[in-house]
Design a protein around this ligand. Structure first.
Ligand SMILES: Cc1cc2nc3c(=O)[nH]c(=O)nc-3n(C[C@H](O)[C@H](O)[C@H](O)COP(=O)(O)OP(=O)(O)OC[C@H]3O[C@@H](n4cnc5c(N)ncnc54)[C@H](O)[C@@H]3O)c2cc1C
Length: 264
């Protein structure tokens, strides 16, 4: 699944990269890498023009490496990964977990390919327990991830507005700006929170966060709420911690959810 970030939130990530001195060029193709006489790279060719640089980092996506399994006659899922059951069992005597597998997205009820260490670890534990004769289940994911771009913490969970509409959800979304701490505290940084909810049920379906120090891990509030099937109203009224160095009185995720609840 591509486009896992809302365009308006992506623009904030781009701004953070530009603040860090990165020239961001999108929607184009790198056709060649130029090397110098010493064999070291010196430019990437973009639209035929060389863009000078000392280091090239390729971020080309990831595919499940399933040759061992398919060679043994095991099937792969629609997104190219193995599809074990919730005990991580593929078939009699064969267990699988991690980047070679698709994983159940609990909101969509579909298997997706989301190769991340966070749930590879959990699924591996489940596989190991069951292999050892125990009985453990992996419940699936909601698609939670975090990273940093320049000075911005960037985090996401759940559906984007596009995925939700494509899947037939009737949704409403809100994006709002707040601060990571009470505005008068010196450590207060800007944060933008985007939330998505389902009309009718009021259920929270997605959240994305871009902001300064302390912004990103707030995604865990939204992820936990989604795992529990909570509504935007539930999150807005949740008893979350507050003191000025850590948060405004209403946590930024709660402010966004309160506005979302009003619209739902
Ligand atoms: C640069 C980078 C940064 C990342 N950062 C994050 C992050 O911040 N957060 C996050 O959640 N995820 C992150 N990930 C993803 C995360 O690392 C993977 O999802 C996770 O490691 C997958 O675990 P795994 O056990 O399936 O595979 P791996 O960790 O790749 O382990 C597979 C092991 O199997 C071995 N192996 C392969 N073939 C064979 C064979 N035929 N026989 C025996 N052994 C074999 C390999 O050598 C390897 O040791 C990152 C990945 C990369 C590459």
């Amino acid at each position: 699944m591509s486009g896992s970030f809302e365009p308006a939130m992506g623009a904030l990530v781009r701004a953070a990269l530009e603040r860090a001195g990165v020239e961001v060029v999108t929607g184009t193709e790198v056709t060649d890498l130029e090397t110098g006489p010493d064999g070291r790279v010196r430019a990437a060719c973009v639209n035929g023009d060389p863009v000078r640089g000392d280091v090239v980092a390729l971020g080309l996506g990831v595919r499940a490496r399933t040759g061992l399994a398919t060679g043994a006659g095991l099937p792969v899922g629609e997104r190219g990964g193995l599809v074990p059951d919730d005990r991580q069992r593929l078939t009699d005597g064969v267990w699988a977990a991690g980047d070679c597998c698709e994983v159940l997205d609990r909101t969509l009820g579909q298997h997706l390919y989301v190769p991340l260490g966070t749930h590879a670890n959990k699924a591996g534990r489940v596989a190991g327990t069951n292999l050892g004769g125990g009985d453990d289940r992996f419940p699936g994911i909601v698609g939670t991830a975090i990273t940093r771009a320049g000075d911005a913490e960037v985090a996401r969970t759940g559906l984007t507005s596009r995925w939700a509409r494509d899947a037939g959800f009737d949704v409403e979304e809100v994006r709002m700006d707040s601060t990571t701490a009470s505005g008068y505290m010196p450590e207060s940084d800007p944060v933008t929170v985007w939330v998505l909810g389902e009309r009718g049920t009021g259920r929270l379906l997605g959240c994305q966060i871009v902001g300064g120090r302390g912004a990103g891990k707030r995604i865990d509030t939204a992820a936990t709420a989604m795992l529990a099937g909570l509504t935007a109203e539930d999150v807005a009224m949740a008893d979350l911690a507050y003191a000025p160095p850590f948060s405004p009185v209403w946590d930024p995720v709660q402010i966004a959810c309160r506005k979302l609840a009003e619209r739902l």
